[in-house]
Design a protein. Structure first.
Lengths: 123, 304
């Protein structure tokens, strides 16, 4: 199932609606990385609130997306990881190093706005 | 009296068995006779039982009157269970009794002891009644013993189960109490940990903290472990995992009050300390958390 990617000002918001297969994840990766530059986005938020499982492929792909997005000139925040999922992930050693995380969409937006308000007065 | 039992197999056995007997009674009638006997001598047997309990120094936590009242109802329930063969009533009574006497410090051996005493008192009275007729006695015992054993079993099991239930409840209560997650400012939680952390408690602590982060929308959490003397490697690992899981929820964790022993453990297990945000004491931790949240605390005079 495709993940819808919405443009909201300078940010892109991708909300994961249901469990993702490996190919869905790869599709999300290429779509996001393309859209970042095409939409001239400064930040990307991936909302995983509805995921109740996060396997190693998913977390590695998310980490890769974050790094690719950074190379394409934007910042990425993953939001909405459930408490149970978070603990299961660290037990499996999936720590999403160097990736910013936030509690929910609102927090993610606040974080990105803070990031850019210091450098960019337009936001 | 001829056997009234219509089951042919049974009758045959009884006939073989009773070759020299004058009378053959089916088990149910024997039990009826037994119960009638026990009812008839109720007062005397009950007193004998209460005397034996006092003699054996059981139920010392209870007064004489209480023992008398309890023995009366236990006796009646016991005879009723013998008569009907159903254990529900005595089971319920045993639970109820356990609930009342466990808080007063009555031990398992006492409860089992008094039931076995009653069994003994009743068996003796049967011996006395049928001593002239050994065959009858043995048949009476045949029907009495299994029922009595079942009752003793039920009461003991009921008591132990009740005890375990109470212990479980108390453990639960202690655990709930021992891991409070407190909000000290908007978006700032503290989690003071006191006492020994075992793996089970560590897991519960993590669950409560992660849930607390979400419900309070916390940005910063201060975990204070001043009250923890030592932890083992698995718990230290768990603590580190908790810190990482909190980060995945978007919260920063500050650990305060690490004792020298715990610091040693953490260094020994080789945790990457770069990711652990630690401050010496709780005050320092809260101050740092306030800085992270953008608060500045000033004395009133300076602020105005």
């Amino acid at each position: 199932m495709d993940v819808p990617i919405l443009k909201q000002g300078y940010f892109l918001i991708a909300t994961v609606q249901s469990a993702l297969t490996d190919s869905d994840l790869l599709q999300l990766r290429s779509a996001l990385v393309q859209r970042v530059v095409r939409c001239r986005s400064r930040g990307v938020i991936v909302d995983v609130t509805s995921l109740d499982v996060m396997d190693s492929f998913a977390s590695r792909t998310l980490r890769d997306i974050a790094q690719m997005v950074r190379l394409r000139g934007a910042k990425m925040v993953i939001v909405g990881i459930q408490p149970e999922v978070a603990f299961a992930m660290v037990q499996l050693g999936l720590k999403l190093e160097n990736v910013t995380t936030a509690l929910d969409l609102e927090e993610g937006l606040v974080h990105l706005n803070q990031e850019f308000s210091s450098t960019d007065k337009r936001l | 009296m001829a056997p009234t039992n219509s089951n042919p197999g049974n009758t045959q056995i009884e006939e073989e068995y009773s070759g020299s007997l004058r009378q053959v009674k089916p088990t149910s009638l024997l039990l009826g006779e037994l119960v009638a006997h026990l009812r008839q001598h109720r007062t005397q047997l009950r007193e004998e039982w209460a005397r034996r309990i006092t003699e054996a120094q059981l139920l010392t936590a209870m007064t004489k009157q209480e023992i008398f009242a309890e023995t009366t109802s236990v006796y009646d329930n016991y005879v009723e269970a013998l008569e009907t063969g159903t254990l529900e009533a005595i089971q319920a009574y045993a639970r109820n009794l356990s609930e009342r006497i466990i808080p007063r410090g009555v031990e398992t051996h006492e409860v089992v002891g008094i039931v076995l005493l009653l069994r003994d008192v009743l068996a003796r009275s049967l011996f006395a009644k049928y001593q002239s007729d050994f065959d009858m006695l043995s048949r009476i015992l045949d029907s009495y013993e299994p029922a009595a054993n079942r009752i003793a079993n039920t009461v003991a099991v009921g008591f132990v189960q009740e005890r375990e239930r109470i212990i479980r409840e108390q453990q639960e209560a202690i655990r709930e109490l021992s891991t409070p997650v407190l909000q000290v400012r908007e978006r700032l939680l503290i989690l003071p940990i006191i006492g020994v952390i075992d793996p089970q408690r560590a897991r519960q602590l993590t669950e409560q903290l992660l849930r607390g982060i979400r419900t309070n929308r916390a940005k910063v959490v201060v975990i204070d472990i001043t009250g923890v003397a030592a932890i083992d490697a698995s718990v230290a690992n768990h603590l580190v995992q908790t810190v990482e899981a909190s980060r995945l929820l978007g919260a920063t964790v500050i650990v305060t009050g690490l004792s020298p022993e715990i610091a040693q453990t953490i260094v020994n297990i080789g945790v990457d300390l770069g990711k652990m945000n630690t401050v010496g004491d709780l005050q320092g931790g809260i101050e740092q958390a306030e800085r992270l949240l953008g608060y500045r605390v000033l004395p009133l005079a300076e602020a105005s």
